[in-house]
Write a protein that binds this ligand. Structure first.
Ligand code: PEP
Ligand code: MN
Length: 337
């Protein structure tokens, strides 16, 4: 439930309400808004049946959160959440570009790509060191070696590193090298993995599962947040439908829907959404127009020889042209990229 404090509530009154809620076993999250403070109390609310919290000094009203996701809901936190990642904000006016190869393949290509991203004003490089491949016989990623190349690219360019975590056993290692941990679509409902990253302070990009509803997507975000990590960025990356003309069906309506339901930043991955390089730019344009806070896109110096997802990777000249177009769209909707 949400406990809305009066604008003139004193710090002592707020602390008193918080103590009372904690004493009955609820987890309390304090959110200080511009005008007033709001307390979110999460847990079995039946314990409050006997407690007249609404009558406590400083309390204006007590409102139940009707949604099954609590911490992730807009009811709980009305303002957009802005996640600051070493000086790069996601969820603010600037739409963040997160670009890079599907998989880290070698040092040279990664450093080369990092420079191109930087040239385009990007602040994040992505690349998988652990790859969730459909076939066990295809390239699985370089593992620790790949993480080291990502860190080197960061050292050389100042870009922030986004990389996927597949297994809780790798969490310590990935946490050491990554600035943002990506949870892939196939692991969106790997609840133990979600809880583990929830125990860390590291920002998480949570990708929508292949057949996940918006509600299930937000419940997965809630799994991470319920452990204390509120730095969750939602990523729409296409869902599986009857359509086979594209790899997945990019659900761009998820962007405004999520914006209504949650305060968390929402980014779009058009690459996995469509699966074909020549469809990526139009969908990236549409994502920017729809209100996405970031674009996650796969790029490669030589897509024909890519070890994974070459068909959907943009070669550098196409990437640059996409960015030129995205700048125009961003400006038209009052944003920048
Ligand atoms: C990826 O980003 O490389 C990836 C594997 O994405 P997804 O989990 O969305 O398939
Ligand atoms: Mn990929």
């Amino acid at each position: 439930m949400i406990i809305v404090l009066r604008p003139d509530a004193t710090d002592e009154q707020i602390a008193h309400v918080k103590e009372k809620l904690e004493a009955v076993g609820l987890a309390v999250h304090v959110s200080k808004g511009k005008e007033r403070t709001v307390l979110g109390a999460i847990g079995d609310e039946r314990v409050l049946m006997e407690q007249p919290i609404g009558a406590f000094p400083g309390v204006e009203k007590v409102v139940p959160i009707l949604k099954p996701y609590k911490l992730a809901s807009r009811e709980f936190h009305a303002d957009n959440t802005i996640i600051n990642i070493n000086g790069a904000a996601i969820g603010d006016k600037k739409i963040q570009l997160i670009a890079g190869p599907c998989a880290v393949e070698n040092r040279e290509m990664l450093i080369g790509i990092a420079k191109e991203i930087k040239d385009e004003g990007g602040m994040f490089i992505r690349g998988g060191a652990f790859k969730p491949r459909t076939s066990p016989y295809t390239f699985q990623g370089l593992g620790l070696e790949g993480l080291k190349y990502l860190a080197e690219a960061r050292d050389k360019t100042g870009l922030r590193v986004v990389t996927e975590l597949m297994d809780p056993r790798d969490l310590e290692m990935v946490n050491e090298y990554a600035d943002v941990i990506q949870i892939g679509a196939r692991n969106m409902q790997n609840f133990r993995l979600l809880q583990e990253v929830g125990n860390y302070d590291k920002p998480v990009i949570l990708k929508r599962g292949l057949s996940a509803t918006i509600k299930e997507f937000l419940m997965s975000a809630e799994y991470i947040m319920s452990r204390g990590n509120h730095k969750v960025i939602l990523c729409e990356r296409g869902i599986r439908t009857f359509e086979t003309a594209t790899r997945n069906t990019l659900d761009l309506s998820a962007v405004p829907v999520l914006k209504q339901l949650t305060h968390l930043p929402v980014i779009v991955d058009p690459s996995h959404g469509v699966g074909k390089w020549d469809l990526v730019t139009p969908m990236a344009r549409a994502a920017v127009a729809a209100g996405a806070d970031g674009i996650l896109v796969e790029i490669h110096p030589n897509p024909e020889n890519a070890l994974s997802d070459g068909e959907q990777s943009l070669k550098i000249s196409v990437f640059k042209e996409m960015m030129r177009q995205l700048r125009l769209i961003a400006q038209a909707v009052g944003r920048e990229i």
